[in-house]
Write a protein that binds this ligand. Structure first.
Ligand code: PEP
Ligand code: MN
Length: 350
């Protein structure tokens, strides 16, 4: 159930509704909007209905949340978009995130060079995998702990917040030392125990859509994180499997407006993994940004021909400045701005 407070409700009235919701054995999730406060009561609908909260001071209306995803639903946010502040960067609402970096952390030079180049070109986050989900168990699985150490160095050098993947809850503690955003890969979107652990950690999370998952399944995955009290969730469209074989996956750009209709969460697009081919990355990035995506996560490598993983789809780092400029213009068409990262190179002496 959703309890919509009057714009004139006092903090005491809000507190008293929260206390009553909790007494009924439900969880109270408070959303402080610009104009009014909404309290999501997550639990037994009958118990909450029996409280008769409509008559409580400060309460405007009590409405059922019709969707199976409650905390992620656009309904509960009452038309407000979630804006996240992560390591000084804003994502969501009018703020566009440009998340760039290599598929995989391979070496100190490759990682730091890429981080410097994408930072100078205006990226707002640095991505890189230390733990890699690979189709073949015989393929390189990532540098692990050493990769995390290099990501920490990249962060110290550039000031960019770090986005990196966790595949196994046993690595979570170590990853949390360096990650500003934890990436849940497409292959783990329905790993519900991992989602719950990440929810409990409180660390911001980017959840990638499963290869064959519906949008509702993606949003339900986000609900596992939100349910633990972690509100910093971004959804990511990264291409789905269809009958088409001309490219790696089919990038579902309609997911952008539809996810925004379904939820209040920022929607990020990954053109790299969808395309599998470098030449498709710019046009798909422009289309996604113009369609209102809240950000792009893109793979960049100083020398993609030598990349251990995903070489054919990684942008050449030397070309990233031109790419970023074009994406910024498309994001403006989509009604967004790419904020300059507040940490300047001079301040960090980089
Ligand atoms: C990645 O971002 O490096 C990755 C493996 O993506 P996905 O989980 O979408 O395949
Ligand atoms: Mn990759």
């Amino acid at each position: 159930m959703m309890i919509v407070m009057k714009p004139t409700a006092t903090p005491q009235e809000v507190e008293s509704v929260i206390a009553r919701v909790r007494e009924a054995g439900a969880r109270a999730h408070v959303i402080n909007g610009e104009e009014l406060t909404v309290i999501g009561a997550i639990g037994d609908r009958e118990h909450v209905a029996r409280l008769g909260l409509e008559a409580s001071p400060g309460v405007d209306r009590v409405l059922p949340i019709s969707k199976p995803y409650k905390l992620a639903s656009a309904e509960i946010a009452h038309g407000q978009r979630t804006v996240l502040e992560i390591g000084g960067a804003l994502v969501g609402g009018p703020h566009f995130a440009l998340i760039a970096g290599p598929c995989t952390v391979e070496s100190r030079e490759q990682t730091l060079d890429t981080a410097r180049i994408v930072r100078d070109a205006g990226a707002t986050f640095f991505r890189g995998g230390a733990y890699k989900p690979r189709t073949s168990p015989y393929a390189f699985q990532g540098l692990g702990q050493e990769g995390l150490r290099l990501l920490a160095e990249a962060k110290a050098l550039t000031g960019l917040p770090i986005v990196t993947e966790v595949m196994d809850a046993r690595d979570l503690e170590a990853v949390l030392e360096v990650a500003d955003v934890i990436q849940i890969g497409a292959r783990n979107m329905q790993n519900y125990s991992l989602l719950t652990e990440i929810g409990r950690s409180g660390c911001p999370v980017l959840i990638k859509r499963g290869l064959s998952s519906t949008l509702e399944e993606l949003v339900m995955a986000s609900e596992y994180v939100l349910k633990e009290g972690n509100e910093a969730v971004m959804l990511c469209e990264r291409g789905i499997r269809t009958f088409e074989t001309a490219y790696r996956f089919t990038l579902d750009l309609m997911a952008i407006p539809v996810l925004k209709e379904m939820t209040h969460l920022p929607v990020i697009v990954d053109p790299s993994h969808a395309a599998g081919r470098r030449d498709l990355v710019l046009p798909m990035s422009l289309a996604a940004a113009a369609a209102g995506a809240d950000g792009i996560i893109v793979e960049v490598h100083p020398d993609p021909d030598q990349a251990i993983c995903d070489g054919p789809q990684q942008l050449v780092a030397a070309d990233f400045g031109v790419y970023a400029e074009r994406v910024r213009a498309a994001a403006a068409l989509g009604g967004k701005v790419v904020a300059d990262h507040p940490v300047s190179a001079e301040v960090l002496g980089a």
